[in-house]
Design a protein around this ligand. Structure first.
Ligand code: SS9
Ligand code: ZN
Length: 341
């Protein structure tokens, strides 16, 4: 297995997110990736290489070019107002309000976001563009014949949609990789999202398409973030009807329920017969995760990797969530060990 990694993730280091009614330290922190890198090294999972540079084209093949331009300029516009703290939005256009991009930076932050937990910092743009390059480098290696790739980047991506950020995510790395595979010869790509949270961004990007199958196992949005997408009756639209499979589970779900859902997802992926599978690999399903309510144990991640590898299709693992910093490395490397054994 090959791991793609860059220290650039450190350039995105938010101070705080609004949580439980208070500004709290960000759960999504550089130490997460440090722990995962250390565990990949310790488990001797193979070479670790730097990403190649692909420019903005693969990003703009998934995201609205105006949104990408906004992300590139956001910190500069914010800092020009004399602000030195992280940029965070404060209000959103809900039912009956108009979807028009405001001129002023505070309004733009609101227009292009869906939560107040995802700060933009001075180094966010550099970190997220490197993250996209990591995912695309992984996709390019699959196209060149590699079987297992791990794209080790942060911040995560699966909550980022075509034109908005949120849930700690800015650019949808898994979606960018899937689109790159399709634009360079693949006919069908499946995205299997095993993060605790529903991948609302990925779902919405591919919702009306049948060249990408999206399968997600996650906490029920009736109880859990992102709350407004991820229900079982969302199966795709138009040509995409039947190409979106949500498998929501209640809080406190453990291995029994989780692996039963994986079997359902597995069957659908096999039926789809993809050329490649991109795995949105979040380990916030862990019992010790500080913001989540599932009960998987560290050993369960070995079984998860092994069952995913049973698909018999080249795999690109893209790091998403997992906030139990002391255990995130072990849990991620267990998935990768299970897949490559
Ligand atoms: C918990 C707030 C959760 C967003 C979580 C995003 C996870 C990305 N009280 N906020 S994998
Ligand atoms: Zn998550």
């Amino acid at each position: 297995m090959l791991t793609i990694y860059s220290d650039d993730h450190r350039l995105h280091h938010g101070k705080g997110e609004l949580n439980d009614g208070e500004l709290q330290p960000c759960y999504e922190c550089p130490e997460r990736a440090d722990q995962v890198l250390a565990a990949v090294r310790q488990a001797r999972l193979g070479d670790i290489v730097a990403p190649d540079e692909f420019g903005l084209e693969p990003i703009k093949a998934v995201h609205d070019p105006r949104y990408v331009d906004f992300l590139q300029q956001a910190w500069e516009l914010w800092a020009a107002e004399g602000r030195t703290s992280d940029a965070l939005p404060l209000n959103w256009a809900v039912r009956g309000m108009r979807q028009l991009e405001p001129d002023y930076i505070d309004g733009k932050l609101s227009y292009y976001s869906f939560d107040a937990g995802t700060p933009i910092t001075a180094g966010t743009w550099a970190a997220v563009t490197t993250g996209a390059n990591i995912a695309v480098t992984g996709a390019a290696r699959l196209l060149a014949g590699d079987e297992f790739i791990f794209a080790l980047s942060r911040p995560p991506g699966h909550h980022a949609a075509r034109d908005y950020f949120g849930g700690y995510c800015f650019l949808n790395n898994a979606a960018i990789a899937a689109q790159y595979l399709l634009d360079n010869g693949a006919s069908r790509v499946a995205i299997l999202d095993v993060d605790y949270h529903h991948g609302n961004g990925t779902q919405s990007i591919f919702y009306e398409r049948n060249d990408v199958l999206f399968v997600s196992i996650h906490a029920d949005p009736r109880q859990e973030f992102p709350y407004f997408l991820g229900h079982a009756d969302e199966h795709g639209k138009g040509p995409g009807d039947g190409y979106n499979l949500n498998l929501p589970l209640p809080w406190q779900s453990g291995a029994d329920r989780w692996f039963a859902a994986l079997e359902t997802g597995h069957a659908r992926v096999r039926e789809f017969a993809p050329d490649y599978v991109v795995v949105s690999l979040g380990v916030d399903t862990y019992i010790g995760d500080p913001i989540s309510q599932f009960c998987l144990e560290s050993d369960d991640y070995l079984a998860m990797g092994s069952r995913i590898a049973d698909l018999g299709v080249p795999l690109l693992f893209v790091l998403e969530g997992g906030y139990a910093v002391a255990d995130v490395g072990t849990n991620v490397s267990n998935v990768l060990l299970g897949a490559t054994r």
